[in-house]
Design a protein around this ligand. Structure first.
Ligand code: CMC
Length: 462
């Protein structure tokens, strides 16, 4: 049995104050290694020093990369509750304060002043683009919107009621087949083309999946439209009659996409990084991210919230529903509530809730019964000891499904919308990882609890 004790070294320094600088690309190593910890095996007295590392802002981390070499042990941390899997300069979350920064910029400011493509550019490149840079980026993205005609035929293999997330994941993976010999991940220009292509083509693939479920003809992209307007056109236009893009809807979509664009090392982004760390084709890595996002604990929660609200039916049933949520023998959860990082309001949920009022009003749908029900549910949960004591607050998915539905996005497409928006973040993280000369394959360890070594028994003797 191993007993260990951690002793904090006297050289401890507090976390650096919040002064993020987007132009700062590296930090002096002495700043990052300012804290030391002593780790001692109480069984044999062997001790060693572990370095603490400080980021720009946020908690310090303990560098355990030599732990196995020095102590012969691994760490055990199911669900990565206390493990930083990487160093990153892209997104910062302060879960206690309910704060989210993309490259240092508060998401509230970006939601108010920026656009999705500008945010995508910021996430990937680290700095806000100049007018010329943004125009060039937008032109490049809109230049790549078409998908190969052969790729379109892929959809014919799916039944009409296939879930769009399954189709999108499969078709994105199949892009690796189209670009396997033209994507050299060590070539910065190839990486850039990949980034622009995947951001450009995801809406086209999503629209093709949607049209397939409807049995309607595919609508080709219009590169003279803006990113979200083009998406709406591909989703809702039909060849036989004109379709007018509602600017209120296009603006709402753009704002939702900004809010979903990145969220540091979440499950799908970590999946993209892990798959990409093998040197796999990046389209395959993004496809892995789409699959990971689909789960109801992650991006699939937006669809699950609407199903939950339907099941609850009316405010009169909320108490009964919450009693089930709190009953540990019942497996249902209050979907759209709780978060691994946020122990306060998810700032994105706050923005989307106020956006719901604005957009529903502009669309003449202010008496939306699902929104009324969600507001009441939130109010009751936030005064309930169960949720208060566990610091469970509405997350980004609590209200996003309501607004997506109000602007006409069907329920089965909600997580697909999340995937389109999150592509910018996935690409930024993949780029950050692959352009690091020290990239290593991601390979966690395990605590083995299976059978010890034993001899094979012939079938007659079992
Ligand atoms: N409803 C009821 N109880 C909950 C909920 C919930 N939504 N979330 C957490 N809890 C309870 C949980 O039962 C546990 O209680 P206890 O300590 O008594 O065992 C405690 O709170 C801690 O929960 P946890 O499951 O250990 O927390 P986690 O960090 O592993 O899970 C989560 C985070 C998001 C998976 C979880 O809160 C959840 O399942 N929420 C509902 C699904 C959801 O809305 N997901 C979207 C997340 S935001 C979008 C995104 O970034 O993907």
């Amino acid at each position: 049995m191993l007993d260990v004790v951690y002793v904090l070294d006297s050289a401890q320094r507090p976390c650096k104050a919040a002064s993020p600088s987007i132009n700062e690309t590296s930090f002096p190593s002495e700043k990052r290694m300012s804290i030391k910890y002593e780790l001692k095996n109480l069984a044999n007295g062997k001790a060693g020093v572990l370095n603490g590392m400080s980021g720009t802002i946020g908690p310090n981390v303990l560098d355990i990369s030599h732990l196995t070499r020095d102590f012969g042990v691994f760490t055990y941390d199911p669900g990565f509750m206390a493990t930083a899997s990487t160093e990153s300069k892209i997104t910062y979350i302060d879960g206690d304060a309910g704060e989210l920064l993309y490259r240092g910029y508060p998401v509230e400011q970006l939601a108010e002043k920026s656009s999705y493509l500008e945010v995508a550019n910021l996430l990937i490149n680290g700095v806000l683009p100049t007018r010329e840079e943004l125009d060039a980026f937008q032109r490049s993205i809109m230049h790549h919107t078409m998908i190969n005609e052969h790729l379109l035929r892929f959809f014919q293999g799916f039944h009409h009621d296939a879930h769009p997330m399954a189709m999108v994941s499969a078709v994105v993976a199949s892009m690796a087949a189209f670009y396997h010999d033209t994507t050299d991940i060590r070539d910065p220009r190839h990486r850039e083309i990949f980034a622009h292509r995947i951001i450009a083509k995801l809406p086209t693939i999503a629209a093709a999946a949607y049209k397939h479920t409807l049995g309607q003809p595919f609508i080709y992209p219009h590169n003279d439209l803006r990113y979200c307007a083009n998406m709406l056109n591909m989703f809702f236009a039909v060849p036989c009659e004109p379709y007018a893009i509602d600017p209120v809807v296009a603006e709402a979509l753009d704002l939702l996409f900004i809010l979903h664009a990145d969220h540091e090392q979440n499950a799908s982004t970590s999946t993209v990084r892990l798959a990409g760390s093998t040197g796999a084709n990046p389209y395959a890595a993004i496809s892995a991210g789409v699959s990971a996002l689909w789960g109801p604990a992650h991006g699939g929660a937006n669809e699950a919230v609407l199903t939950m609200l339907d099941d609850i039916g009316s405010a009169a049933n909320i108490d009964k529903f919450l009693a089930r949520v709190k009953d540990k023998s019942d497996s249902i959860r209050l979907m759209g509530f709780g978060h691994r990082i946020y122990k306060n309001f998810d700032p994105r949920a706050k923005i989307i809730r106020s956006m719901c009022y604005r957009v529903l009003d502009k669309l003449g749908k202010s008496d939306n019964p699902l929104f009324e029900l969600a507001l009441r549910l939130e109010e009751i949960a936030l005064h309930d000891e169960y949720f208060v004591s566990r610091k469970l607050y509405p997350n980004v998915d609590f209200y996003s499904g309501i607004i997506y539905s109000a602007i006409g996005i069907p329920r089965s497409m909600l997580t697909v919308m999340f995937a389109i928006a999150r592509t910018a973040g996935w690409v930024a993280h993949w780029q950050e990882m692959v352009s690091d000369p020290n990239m290593r394959i991601g390979r966690p360890r395990q605590l083995y609890t299976g059978a010890a070594k034993r001899d094979y028994q012939p079938i007659a003797k079992r």
